[in-house]
Design a protein around this ligand. Structure first.
Ligand SMILES: [Zn+2]
Length: 134
């Protein structure tokens, strides 16, 4: 077993290895191949397999520059949905104690404690004021 681990380590020398983008690709690939079990969704199997192979290709690739460019692109592309997902998670977590408002001016998300009646909320970023019921 130790020998196998050593061989694998040797095999991975100089290769790009795993990153967030490869993980994302393989997870989406697995989800698609699972969904392919449902009626009319069989075509998803091939897309899923392609994504998994692309993920594997990235892990084993020796072209660091190209893989870094892809990772940067992915991080830029995923930043907004990730931030929105995080806010959604916080909203669910704090649903009993806080309310969330989006600043109309700069779209900053603000969190205020619940049950304070009508209060004036000042945006911490752009200082715009808004009156809301909490
Ligand atoms: Zn603002």
């Amino acid at each position: 077993m130790k020998q196998l681990a050593q061989k694998l380590q040797h095999f991975m020398v100089g290769r790009y290895g795993n990153d967030e983008f490869s993980l994302f690709l393989s997870v989406i690939g697995l989800i698609l191949t699972f969904l392919a079990n449902f009626k009319y969704l069989g075509f998803l199997y091939f897309i899923g397999i392609i994504l998994i192979f692309f993920s594997l290709f990235r892990v084993l690739s020796k072209n660091y520059n190209a893989r870094r460019k892809e990772l940067n692109w992915y991080l830029l592309w995923s930043a907004k949905p990730k931030a929105e997902l995080k806010v959604l998670g916080n909203k669910i977590r704090d649903r009993k104690t806080h309310r969330y408002f989006k600043c109309k001016n700069c779209k900053t998300v603000m969190r205020v404690p619940k049950g304070r009646g009508k209060i004036e909320i000042t945006c911490p970023k752009c200082r715009a004021k808004v009156i809301k019921k909490t």
